[in-house]
Design a protein around this ligand. Structure first.
Ligand SMILES: NC(=O)c1ccc[n+]([C@@H]2O[C@H](COP(=O)([O-])OP(=O)(O)OC[C@H]3O[C@@H](n4cnc5c(N)ncnc54)[C@H](OP(=O)(O)O)[C@@H]3O)[C@@H](O)[C@H]2O)c1
Length: 250
């Protein structure tokens, strides 16, 4: 995949990984459409080749309108990096399904609604790339993060099915599964996050993966390996180990 002259959409471009992707990609010969709810945080990135669009990706009508604004400006989208995401850690004592609505809204429907807009044109042109940002947290239900893990499992599985079906239209679907990256999302976490990576490094890996058209862009390899092993641990033992670890941070 050659980025030259491509129109690239990045959702969740106001902070963290999305913002760093926007910064690094803006140094290439591309046109960028940056999406987030806090449009004010996108302003310093905009210029004649970069537009910012205010949009809550969990709301279908806002996604429809944002897509139309981008098409009016650039005529098409070649690469869609669907990165917007939300996470809250919640104890069962504070159980509130509103968190689930927000998390699934951004992490699952935020991909589904964009795909609905993107694929008719991509299938017609027989080209395009959809890059969905999931997480290594998709491999297991982690305590206090059940909604988040479940949303990322849904995203990964959904993208897998889509990849297979869109192949005949020459539309590629890539899944990104990061480990811990230092962003406002992880700044809230109270527990030890091994092998934490900078946004600069994470964005580099994602951009390289897109250039190489890797179906799965997952990092760091040590955590990828660990997330393959963890589901093999018997549930009883896993619960014991996880509870003991979590107690340390309470
Ligand atoms: N950081 C990590 O360790 C890590 C690990 C694995 C996966 N990920 C995934 O990587 C992606 C980026 O996360 P990050 O760490 O960079 O977090 P972040 O700094 O909190 O950024 C999240 C971005 O998503 C946007 N967003 C959230 N909800 C939205 C909504 N409903 N509509 C539109 N935009 C929304 C936010 O913008 P506004 O608030 O301005 O709308 C922000 O730009 C997420 O999908 C996350 O799950 C992160």
């Amino acid at each position: 995949m050659n980025f030259n002259n491509k129109v690239i959409l990045i959702t969740g471009a106001s902070t963290g990984i999305g913002r760093e992707l926007a910064i690094q990609l803006s140094k290439k010969n591309v046109k960028l459409a940056l999406v987030a709810r806090r449009e004010n945080l996108l302003q310093d990135l905009t210029n004649e080749n970069v537009i910012s669009v205010k949009c809550d990706v969990s709301k279908k009508n806002e996604v429809v309108s944002a897509y139309q604004q981008i098409i009016e400006k650039f005529g098409k989208i070649d690469v869609a990096i669907l990165n917007a995401g939300y996470s809250v850690r919640m104890k069962v004592e504070e159980y509130n399904s509103e968190y689930a609505e927000k998390i699934f809204g951004a992490n699952v429907f935020g991909i589904i609604y964009w795909v609905e807009q993107l694929i008719p044109d991509m299938m017609k042109r027989k080209e395009g790339m959809i890059v969905g940002v999931s997480s290594l947290a998709d491999s297991k239900g982690y305590s206090k993060s059940g909604f988040y893990s479940a949303s990322k499992a849904a995203a990964t599985t959904y993208l897998e099915g889509l990849r297979s079906e869109l192949r005949k239209y020459n539309v590629q679907v890539l899944t990104v599964r990061p480990g811990f990256v230092k962003t406002p999302m992880t700044d809230k976490n109270e527990f030890y996050m091994p092998l934490m990576m900078s946004t600069e490094k994470a964005a580099q890996i994602i951009i390289n993966g897109i250039e190489k058209e890797k179906r799965m862009i997952q990092f760091p390899w040590q955590l990828v390996f660990a997330t393959r092993l963890i589901p093999l641990i018997p549930n009883r033992l896993y619960e014991l180990l996880e509870n003991q670890t979590m107690k340390k941070y309470e």
